[in-house]
Design a protein around this ligand. Structure first.
Ligand code: HEM
Length: 536
């Protein structure tokens, strides 16, 4: 189809078309014919036929009420019939992959003229590729799935697999060996936690909290126990399936009765001889040392991210010898039901029931009765990932607020002319910058410590950062709603990302350890490390 030929028009010519049935307006030097559209306009007819708008330059009025993306939607873009002679559009869309030039909407290491001791040229190239990938292949799917509640489209998982992003989201390590990462941009042995931070922070820019989890959040926490504690044959089967984006895994620990109280969990596993019938009395059989057997699992798990579409479940169970972790495939006796949460359905949050589920002993992860170590070993990494996301999501809100207060007028002046509005934005910026700076410091420590060292030295730091970051995020969400007013609680239009943020921000403060629990953990760790001879 040939491109539409745009007329070159003057403002005087446009002014002739100011009647309901012959209605033109100008937005950012582009002339739109709204004669037929006016009856379909979601904001009504009268605002368009108003004498201040019909046949006039309406840029300011338009941007006070609509996001720029409205004009990019094909059904509205085609209303354009021409341009104002000698003028050029001033408002440009950010090209895919580009850095934003709205102040504070990027961390300093990505801001023109700023420097960083942490990020190398390789990190910068990696960030560029990652942003391009998100803008081109992920953003639209995130918006669509957030709205319809379906899980992410398979083509997104497949594209991520092509770049080995599923593997990279588990951080640096042996699992990257022999893989081509990001089309060869980074060598497996050079991939570090800053690369991983970049992946998480770029993903968050999609502006959908549920989609972040939907995009295999379950794998980020459910696969490490397999990777670190699974038997070789199990790993050889499950890991390639999950890294290929064709099979899904989740972590199932929390229970309706026990919440995150891992010691108080009630899901049970008893041993029976391989293939033997399930004992009616529920009593475990004596299995000779070294012989393979089956576990019989009964119980349930709640709030399990990706549970609805998972093929594998990494499950904490109570066994005779204590807490044990099993990898349970989706087999007979496993049932998943959706749980409605405030962030929507795309992440497949599930209630899972296990009814006499038979699991081979070869699927035991780590030692029997030592499951607490299997579970705890990944907590730091999970919390750190959440800090990366939380830091970046706060920046998305700053970007939204700065744009809004500059384009929205109240009492004849832009919103930013109100001191109270500026003061709220000052708080947002200070909080976000401090979270990111602390995060980069911790990430740097991680790149210089073994996994074991990280557990002993950084558990407190990460716990404090997570608590601090999620508290900052909640303050920022609350202030952003005040700045956006009614739009901040409306799911479409100007404030849609603010409404979403305010609704979903508690997730980060709960998942991976609630705020109060984590602060306490950090202090207890500090007390344990107090030198015995320290005195005032
Ligand atoms: C090319 C021209 C225009 C198009 C394509 C358009 C399209 C839309 C759309 C899609 C909405 C729904 C809300 C959203 O998705 O953001 C909307 C709402 C609205 N529009 Fe327009 N519009 C145009 C021009 C105007 C103009 C010039 C005015 C006059 C000041 C106006 C006033 C409104 C109002 C008052 C609302 C309701 C806003 C709200 O719910 O907060 N529109 N418009």
């Amino acid at each position: 189809m040939s491109a539409k030929v745009m007329k070159e028009l003057s403002l005087e010519e446009v002014a002739q078309h100011n009647k309901p049935d012959d209605l033109w307006i100008v937005v950012d030097s582009k002339v739109y014919d709204l004669s037929r559209f006016k009856d379909l306009h979601p904001g009504g007819v009268s605002v368009l036929t108003n004498t201040d708008i019909a046949g006039k330059e309406a840029t300011e009025a338009f941007y006070g009420l609509h996001r720029h993306e409205v004009l990019e939607r094909p059904q509205y873009a085609r209303l354009q019939i021409g341009n104002i002679k000698g003028e050029k559009p001033q408002i440009i869309s950010r090209p895919p992959g580009a850095i934003s030039d709205v102040p504070y909407s990027e961390p300093t290491w990505l801001t023109q003229g700023f420097h960083s001791p942490y990020f190398t040229d390789n990190h910068r190239q990696f960030q560029k590729a990652m942003r391009q990938f998100i803008d081109e292949h992920v953003y639209e799917d995130a918006q669509a799935r957030d709205a319809d509640g379906k899980r992410p489209s398979q083509h997104v998982f497949d594209k991520m697999a092509e770049l080995n992003l599923h593997a990279m989201r588990l951080g640096p390590g042996k699992h990257l060996e022999g893989r081509t990462l990001m089309g060869g941009l980074v060598k497996p042995e050079e991939f570090d936690y800053f690369h991983e931070l970049i992946i998480t922070q770029e993903l968050v820019r999609c502006g959908s909290r549920v989609y972040g989890d939907a995009l295999l959040g379950g794998k980020v926490i459910g696969l490490p126990p397999v990777l670190n504690f699974g038997k070789p044959e199990l790993k050889a089967k499950v890991i390639p399936e999950v890294f290929s984006g064709k099979k899904f895994i989740c972590l199932a620990i929390s229970e309706p009765q026990a919440g995150s109280d891992v010691i108080g969990m009630t899901t049970t596993a008893i041993k029976v001889r391989k293939g033997a019938p399930i004992p009616k009395d529920g009593q475990e059989e004596e299995i000779p040392e070294g012989e393979e057997f089956d576990w019989i699992v009964n119980g349930g798990k709640k709030w399990i991210t990706n549970g609805m579409f998972a093929d594998y479940f990494t499950v904490g169970v109570k066994s005779e010898s204590g807490l044990t972790v099993l990898l349970i495939p989706r087999v007979e006796g496993v049932e998943t039901k959706p749980i409605k949460t405030s962030y929507g359905h795309a992440a497949g949050t599930a209630l899972i029931t296990f009814d006499n589920v038979r699991v081979p002993s070869a699927n035991t992860l780590g030692e029997e009765g030592m499951g607490i170590f299997v579970i705890l070993s990944n907590f730091n990494h999970e919390r750190w990932v959440m800090c990366c996301g939380s830091a970046r999501s706060q920046r998305v809100i700053i970007d939204e607020c700065l744009r809004w207060v500059s384009q929205r007028k109240a009492f004849g002046k832009p919103l930013h002319s109100q001191a109270v509005v500026r003061s709220k934005i000052a708080g947002m910026i200070a909080r976000t910058e401090s979270v990111q700076a602390w995060l980069e410091n911790i990430t740097y420590q991680m790149t210089h410590m073994s996994y074991k060292e990280q557990s002993t030295k950084l558990a407190g730091q990460i716990a404090f950062l997570k608590t601090y970051s999620t508290k900052c995020a909640q303050d920022t969400a609350r202030d952003a709603v005040q700045i956006f007013g009614g739009r901040g609680i409306t799911q479409s239009g100007m404030g849609k990302f603010i409404e979403h943020y305010y609704r979903t921000v508690p997730f980060d403060s709960l998942l991976g350890g609630a705020e109060d629990v984590l602060s306490d953990l950090g202090v207890r760790q500090a007390i344990r490390q107090m030198p015995k001879n320290a005195r005032l």
